[in-house]
Design a binder for this molecule. Structure first.
Ligand SMILES: Nc1ncnc2c1ncn2[C@@H]1O[C@H](COP(=O)(O)OP(=O)(O)OP(=O)(O)O)[C@@H](O)[C@H]1O
Ligand SMILES: Nc1ncnc2c1ncn2[C@@H]1O[C@H](COP(=O)(O)OP(=O)(O)OP(=O)(O)O)[C@@H](O)[C@H]1O
Ligand SMILES: [Mg+2]
Ligand SMILES: [Mg+2]
Lengths: 254, 254
């Protein structure tokens, strides 16, 4: 069976999609069969593989028009598959409100895929609505990307409370895989101060791997490729390979 | 009566809160009575004034526990008042789904305040859910902050469609005040390319004022002040004053 990792933070623009895309690509580079699930109606993780709005997409699987397996598509990386999303998913949040067991739609939809992959990575929208709640309920562990800025720091405590709430009420096995410092620019006082505060507060829960601010990470999606295929020697690509190694070292091979 | 400006973009981290806070402060600096409304449960605009989670807050006014006037509080700037938000607002999105005239709650709540202010600025969450829909329905015009990056550019067309949809179905008077280029770093090729593309496509609809990447803008909230009170001579402060001037030049004084 596979390990499901949800990439979550209600704060916008902290590097959720960049982390989901490039971490999944790094797992695939180590020949671990990986599935990337785009659960954000913005469909940025899909457009990182030039597949935004492709059909069938995750909305079709969640609304019962098809099974999740039908929405899976290959990518340029042999060991990486993708379930794309698109604008249809905007309606899912409201439709889910009145659905039965509304927090478990994603978990149920992923059931018949878990044996086909070693790792499943879910990219989430910047909110704590039903889509993110579904990802947290389906996940074995959660990765929290965190920009070293004041607003992002303020939101961290609330985010951890939400993870705790989901663990208590919906998914007792939900673990914190780690807090990931992203877009780190050590020349900035603010970044250094916030990074220090996060490490002081959360110690071991912060990944050793740190993602530097690196323009190649923001250029890669416009070429429809993860940074590994766009510029494998860039600081961005190397830092996500380090993150994948750190996670795989902890995860016993199935 | 006042002019209501909604600051909207479902893409996260593009500078919505930074724009709402510093534009409202710049209006107040020109002695125009201004109200800043925080409609994001993250409450970042509130924490920019050290008022995150203060009560009564916007949730209390929307759910009928008090009138909006009771939730208004003063700030360090004489001509700037704030309606704060907090975690309670996370529940509003789901509660609104089944409310009567659910898109007009904010519009109705603001009715008795419109004569007290010349400008009302609404900060929105990074989503196209009911809170953002309420802001678009209550607004006279919308400001779209846009980071010059690939994902932000991809989302712009969808955002403009949503504005068009609201104009057609809920708020015929909704105008586009302008697209604002934020966090602009002209040393980056990607930024220059995206900025050029936006200006080519949208011409006059893009503000002349451009907000540069400026660390003073991200430091100010940790001091509980808009950048105007934190470092009035910084490039960030100057650029928001220019934006305010550009908007005020177009708006006839009441
Ligand atoms: N380490 C980095 N260095 C430079 N740019 C980055 C880095 N990480 C992300 N970016 C860029 O910053 C922007 C925000 O990142 P991203 O879209 O991944 O965040 P997000 O949390 O997924 O946003 P949203 O909340 O909208 O889903 C994107 O334009 C992305 O290309
Ligand atoms: N021009 C700028 N220069 C430098 N930093 C900036 C600038 N504008 C915003 N920031 C910083 O970038 C981060 C994102 O900005 P902000 O929070 O205003 O975006 P947002 O669109 O409101 O995010 P969300 O989608 O979470 O509501 C914040 O940490 C902010 O301090
Ligand atoms: Mg994203
Ligand atoms: Mg904001």
């Amino acid at each position: 069976t596979s390990r499901v990792l949800a990439v979550v933070n209600q704060k916008g623009g902290v590097g959720k999609t960049t982390t989901a895309v490039n971490l999944a690509a790094s797992f695939a580079a180590s020949e671990r069969p990986t599935l990337l699930v785009d659960l954000d109606p913005q469909a940025n993780a899909s457009s990182a593989f030039a597949a935004s709005g492709a059909t069938p997409q995750i909305y079709d699987a969640l609304s019962g028009n098809c099974v999740m397996k039908d929405a899976v598509r290959a990518t340029e990386l042999r060991y990486l598959h993708l379930v794309p999303s698109g604008r249809d998913l905007y309606g899912a949040e409201i439709e889910l409100v009145s659905a039965m067991a509304r927090e478990r739609c994603v978990e149920r939809a992923l059931d018949d895929l878990r044996d086909a992959y070693e790792l499943i990575v879910i990219d989430c929208p910047p909110s704590l609505g039903l889509l993110t709640l579904n990802a947290l309920t389906a996940a074995d562990a959660v990765i929290l990307p965190m920009q070293c800025e004041y607003y992002a720091l303020e939101g961290l405590a609330g985010l951890l409370e939400t993870v705790e709430l989901v663990r208590a009420q919906l998914n007792p096995g939900l673990a914190l895989e780690g807090i990931l410092l992203t877009m780190v620019d050590l020349r900035s006082n603010l970044t250094r101060q916030v990074a220090q505060e996060v490490r002081d507060h959360f110690g071991e829960q912060v990944f050793e791997a740190v993602i530097p601010r690196n323009v190649r990470l923001s250029e890669a999606p416009s070429h429809g490729k993860p940074v590994l295929l766009y510029d494998a020697h860039s600081k961005g690509a190397v830092s996500y390979l380090q993150l994948a190694d750190e996670i795989l070292r902890r995860t016993p091979r199935p």
